[in-house]
Design a binder for this molecule. Structure first.
Ligand SMILES: *Cc1c(COP(=O)(O)O)cnc(C)c1O
Length: 389
C-alpha cells in the first residue's frame, strides 16, 4: 500500500483511520481518539450515526442518481425543509462549499447585469476570509497565501477590511452587485463579524441594490445554535451558501436565495451533474430531521456554555491560552504555536484543527456528550501541563 500515488496537496498526520462511532475514531492500530475536528465541522452527528446509515441504506436501495432532467422526491423535500426554516424561497443544490460560493457569485453577477448597468459587477469580500479553492471562490478569499501562486484571478472583486465599517462605506457604490461575508470566519481564525458591521452591510446593499451573501458553510447548519448563522446576528442576507455539516460527511452543498435574488438565474445559467441527487438529499434530510426536529440544535447553546466555561478555567490555570473565541460549538483558543499544540493533542488522542498560525479550532459534533467534552478537556489539560514543564 503506497501513499505516493496521492497528489501532494495536504500536510497530513501520519495516521490511517479505519472506523468511527459518535465522537470517537480509531486508527488502523486500534488507537482511539476523541474527534473534535469533526472532519472540519462536517460530522455534525458524529461518526456513523444510525440516521445517516439508514438514509444511505434506504435511498440507495431506491434511487441513487437520476440527473436534473427529472425531479426526485428527496430533492424536493430537502429544499422544502431548508426554505421552511429560513427567510428565503429557493435552493440550488451542489456538492461542496466552494461550489456553493460559485453559485452565490454567479447570482450576484447576474443580479447586477439585470439592473441594466453593464458595470454593476463588483463583488466586495473581506480580509482574512475563506470561501473555497476554485478560481472564483479563491478570488474572493482574502488570504494571499492561498492566492499567490494562481494569479491572475477573476477581476471585478475588491477586498474590504473585515469589520471596518468605514472601509466598507468608502468602497460601496452603484457598481457593487454583491458583498460576501462569513458571519464567523472559520479558516481565518474564528473571528466573528460585529452585528454593527453586518447591519451596515445590509443597509448599503439595500441602498445600492446589491446582494448580501453570507457564507455559512462552516458556521451554519446548527453550529452556532441555530440552523442558520444569520439568525444569531439579526441580519438577513439575500443569499446563503451552506455545505460541510449539511451532509454530515456525504458531499452536498447548497445556495439559498430570497425572492430578490432568486429571479436572477434562469434555465441554462447554472447546473451540476451530481447536484441534488436523491442519495445526497435523502442523507441531508435525515440530518436536518435530527438537528431541527430531534433537538440537537436546541442543545448546542448549553453544550457551548459548558465547553466555554471549561476552556476559560484552563485559561485561568495555564498561561498558554491568550483568548477563548467563538460561538456555539465553533470555538477557538488563541495560542502561540497552534500547529505544535494540535500535534501534541493528537499524540494524546484528541483531534483538533488549526485556524491560521495562532488559533486552535474546537469543533465537536453537535450531539457531543458532556462526558466527551470532559474527556477532551482532560487531554487539553495534560498537554498544557506538559508545555508548562
Ligand atoms: C470549508 C469552507 C469552504 C469550502 O468548502 P469545500 O467544501 O471545501 O469546497 C468555503 N467557505 C467556508 C467558510 C468554509 O469553511
Amino acid at each position: 500500500m503506497s501513499k505516493d500515488n496521492i497528489m501532494n496537496t495536504y500536510g497530513r498526520f501520519d495516521v490511517v483511520f479505519e472506523k468511527g462511532v459518535g465522537s470517537r475514531v480509531f486508527d488502523m492500530n486500534g488507537k482511539e481518539y476523541i474527534d473534535f475536528a469533526s472532519g472540519v465541522a462536517v460530522n455534525c452527528l458524529g461518526h456513523c450515526h444510525p440516521a445517516i446509515i439508514n438514509a444511505i441504506t434506504e435511498q440507495s436501495n431506491k434511487l441513487i442518481h437520476i440527473s436534473n432532467y427529472y425531479w426526485n422526491t428527496p430533492n424536493i423535500l430537502l429544499a422544502e425543509k431548508l426554505i421552511n426554516n429560513s427567510d428565503h424561497n429557493k435552493v440550488f443544490f451542489c456538492n461542496s462549499g466552494t461550489e456553493a460560493t460559485e453559485v452565490a457569485l454567479k447570482v450576484a453577477r447576474k443580479y447586477g447585469r439585470l439592473k441594466g448597468n453593464d458595470s454593476k459587477n463588483i463583488i466586495l469580500y473581506m480580509s482574512n476570509s475563506f470561501h473555497g479553492r476554485t478560481m472564483g471562490a479563491l478570488s474572493v478569499t482574502g488570504q494571499p497565501r492561498y492566492q499567490k501562486d494562481f494569479l491572475p484571478l477573476i477581476s471585478g472583486v475588491k477586498q474590504i477590511e473585515f469589520n471596518d465599517i468605514k472601509d466598507l462605506k468608502d468602497n460601496f457604490y452603484e457598481d457593487v452587485c454583491g458583498v460576501i461575508i462569513e458571519p464567523i470566519q472559520g479558516e481565518g481564525g474564528i473571528n466573528a463579524a460585529t452585528t454593527e458591521f453586518l447591519k451596515e452591510a445590509r443597509k448599503l446593499c439595500d441602498k445600492y441594490d446589491s446582494l448580501l451573501i453570507f457564507d455559512e458553510i462552516q458556521c451554519g447548519i446548527g453550529r452556532l445554535g441555530s440552523l442558520f448563522a444569520y439568525k444569531k446576528f439579526g441580519v438577513i442576507p439575500d443569499v446563503i451558501s451552506i455545505a460541510k455539516a449539511l451532509g454530515g460527511g456525504f458531499p452536498i452543498g447548497a445556495c439559498i436565495t430570497n425572492e430578490r435574488a432568486s429571479a436572477a438565474l434562469v434555465p441554462g445559467d447554472h447546473g451540476s451533474t451530481f447536484g441534488g441527487n436523491p442519495l445526497g438529499c435523502a442523507v441531508a434530510l435525515a440530518i436536518l430531521n435530527q438537528l431541527v426536529d430531534g433537538g440537537v440544535i436546541a442543545s448546542v447553546e448549553e453544550k457551548s456554555a459548558y465547553l466555554k466555561s471549561k476552556l476559560l478555567e484552563l485559561k485561568e490555570r495555564y498561561g498558554i491560552i491568550d483568548e477563548v473565541r467563538g460561538m456555539g460549538l465553533l470555538m477557538g483558543i488563541k495560542i502561540k504555536d497552534a500547529k505544535a499544540f494540535v500535534n501534541l493533542c493528537f499524540v494524546e488522542g484528541l483531534l483538533l484543527v488549526t485556524a491560521g498560525a495562532d488559533v486552535v479550532r474546537i469543533l465537536p459534533p453537535l450531539n457531543v456528550s458532556k462526558e466527551d467534552i470532559d474527556a477532551a478537556i482532560n487531554i487539553l489539560e495534560v498537554v498544557m501541563s506538559e508545555i508548562k514543564e
